[in-house]
Design a protein around this ligand. Structure first.
Ligand code: ATP
Ligand code: MG
Length: 592
């Protein structure tokens, strides 16, 4: 550590494992992806289809002069061409960075420049809530500041009515060879880079996480099996966007390395109605369903009638990732979606960890779950909860979560910046990986992940985790979501400012604010009584659905906002400023 290596000298190719090996095992005709566009266009992609397309695209990329170690950027919506592009790059040993298609031109350009990508793969557009997202024009804007990009491949998802730059841009369907070709997969050394992925940027500027070929593939393959207990007959649906690590590991490399069938959906969860996901579960007979707490809370807001319209009896396993899940959302998921039949795997991990580290693992062991706890570390994972000095804390105490031993999915480094890698992950405590999350290990050894360790409010000398206070709000029946931040106070050091989104049909007003203040006081004690409570329509979130407290805090304090490239909707700076103005105005609705 910190530059741990796995399977040194071992050779493999990720696309070979996901495709050639599956076909050799007789899965050529098996469905890899059931794809559904937001406009209900449907495609069925078998393992052989994927294999053919990956080889054809790899051929085209090679013809463009790309070779092992070069970088390309992929800016595609949720279409099968996204995993195809990732696998084609992997086949050539070309390092890819997939950029979430909701990002703005600026965010895309930053990543293209940082990775020094030579080629960009994008699409003419995509559908989101019935509207066209103009991906090609966003890409064009980004490319104005990216002279390193020499070629652009454009996949036609919609009507293809976009501008192609002569000499630079080519249609996907024109550049691929007409007939089947075979591209020999590069034999990658285990510790060479497979891909770069930028973190969500919830706490600051996104970091260019580099993942390996060997350790990473072993880790996602193993965790896919342990946690999701995948079987030949499963229909697996992970609702994440492939632009996030969850999609890389658990829509592309994990499921394909097991030769299982997945569902991929292009659009919004509530389009055209809030039962779109349940319609999909019913249509394809989904057995394993993996989503984020923020989505569960959004669906809770719409009410049970939407899932209840559908036959969800095919489901057998449910999962969550991305944030701590509050027990109320957990119970709703368990009762309304899983009908009290399905186990829930609350999976804790990070972009940097490559795969799941702490989670129930039904394939390995059965034990009682506790709503809100990610339970136990997976095999080979050696976490510890430590105090400010790095000393192990006894059970029941809140502290910093560290990982004491390297694991195969661990990031190799931050691309091009070994120093920053050492500083961010290895300098806070000597010799251990610093997660920057806080946690409690209880008397029975269950881990409770409590959010970012830096998200602490100090009220009159008491340290309160933002998440504890938010959870107290969420247990009130009128509240859908809450975010709290600390505001400086001359007397108390800091006071609590809370922003709450009410459930549909709840009236905002003084009486609810007074009720909430009392509620939180009763739940957590007088020290946690919120000073300010603001009812808002929505909270600023990253595109991965995490609340950006950093931004709320800046708005609440009227200070500068910093890097906002990962803010939801990929809005332009002006749009965000406008949103912030509205947010400030909505703060006018405040309690007595
Ligand atoms: P950045 O590091 O750029 O600020 P980020 O940490 O949000 O962004 P990700 O790697 O996407 O980027 O998210 C990992 C974080 O998400 C974890 O560190 C943790 O805070 C949170 N998280 C993920 N899964 C869980 C879970 N099951 N329970 C609790 N927290 C979780
Ligand atoms: Mg992080």
């Amino acid at each position: 550590m910190p530059f741990a290596k796995w399977f040194v000298g071992g050779r493999l190719n990720a696309s070979y494992i996901c495709l050639d090996w599956q076909i050799q095992n007789g899965k050529g005709d098996k469905v890899a992806y059931y794809w559904e566009g937001e406009d209900y266009v449907r495609r069925v992609v078998t393992y052989r289809d994927l294999y053919r397309e990956v080889n054809r695209l790899a051929h085209a990329l090679r013809e463009m002069g790309l070779k092992r170690g070069d970088r390309i950027a992929i800016y595609l919506p949720m279409v099968p061409e996204l995993p195809i592009a990732m696998l084609a790059a992997a086949r050539l040993g070309v390092i890819f960075t997939a950029v979430f298609s909701g990002f703005s031109a600026k965010a895309l350009a930053d990543r293209i420049i940082d990775a020094q990508a030579k080629v960009l793969i994008t699409a003419d557009g995509s559908l989101r809530r019935g509207k066209v997202v103009q991906l090609k024009s966003i890409a064009d804007e980004a490319l104005r500041s990216c002279p390193n990009v020499k070629k652009v491949i454009v996949f036609k998802r919609l009507d293809g009515n976009v501008n192609l730059v002569e000499g630079r841009d080519v249609w996907w369907h024109d550049v691929l060879p007409k007939n089947d070709v075979y591209v020999e997969p590069e034999r990658m050394e285990s510790n060479e880079i497979l891909y770069l992925l930028y973190t969500s940027g919830t706490t600051g500027k996104p970091k260019a996480v580099a993942h390996s070929n060997g350790g990473y593939m072993v880790f996602v393959h193993s965790t896919q099996k342990w946690v999701f207990d995948v079987k030949e007959s499963d229909v697996y649906y992970c609702t994440a966007d492939i632009g996030w690590v969850t999609g890389h590991s658990y829509i592309v490399f994990g499921p394909l390395s097991h030769g299982i069938t997945s569902v991929m959906y292009e659009g919004a969860l509530d389009y055209p109605e809030p039962d779109r996901w349940w319609e999909i579960v019913e249509r394809y007979g989904v057995t394993i369903f993996y989503t984020a707490p923020t989505a569960i809370r959004a669906l809770m807001r719409y009410g049970e009638e939407w899932p209840n319209k559908h036959d969800l009896s095919s489901l057998r396993l449910l999962g969550t990732v991305g944030e701590p899940i509050n027990p109320e959302a957990w119970r709703w998921y368990y009762r309304v979606i899983g009908k009290e039949r399905c186990m829930i795997v609350d999976t804790w991990w990070q972009t940097e960890t490559g795969g799941i580290l702490i989670s129930p693992a039904p394939n390995l062991a059965q034990f009682p779950l506790k709503p809100g706890s990610a339970t136990f570390p997976l095999p080979g994972i050696d976490p510890e909860v430590v105090d400010e000095e790095g000393n192990p804390l006894p059970p029941g105490n809140k502290g910093f979560l560290v990982i004491k031993k390297p694991w195969p999915g661990m990031l190799l480094t931050l691309f091009g910046d070994d120093e920053r890698y050492k500083e961010v992950y290895w300098s806070r405590f000597k010799g251990v990986y610093y997660t920057a999350d806080s946690a409690i290990k209880d008397e029975e050894g269950y881990y409770w992940l409590l959010g970012r360790s830096d998200e602490v409010i100090k009220v009159a000398g008491h340290r309160l985790g933002t998440r504890e206070v938010e959870d107290a709000f969420i247990t009130h029946p009128a509240v859908a979501e809450a975010a709290v931040v600390g505001k400086p106070d001359p007397v108390k050091g800091e006071v609590i400012a809370a922003f709450v989104v009410l459930k549909k049909g709840q009236e905002a007003g003084e009486s609810i604010i007074e009720q909430l203040r009392k509620h939180v006081r009763t739940e957590l004690g007088p020290i946690a009584t919120p000073e300010e409570i603001h009812v808002v329509n929505m909270l600023p979130k990253t595109r991965s659905g995490k609340i950006m407290r950093r931004l709320i805090k800046a708005v609440a304090l009227g200070s500068t906002v910093g890097d906002i490239s990962t803010l939801e909707d990929g809005a332009s700076v002006e749009e965000i400023q406008r949103a912030m103005e509205e947010f400030r105005m909505s703060m006018g609705i405040r309690g007595p």
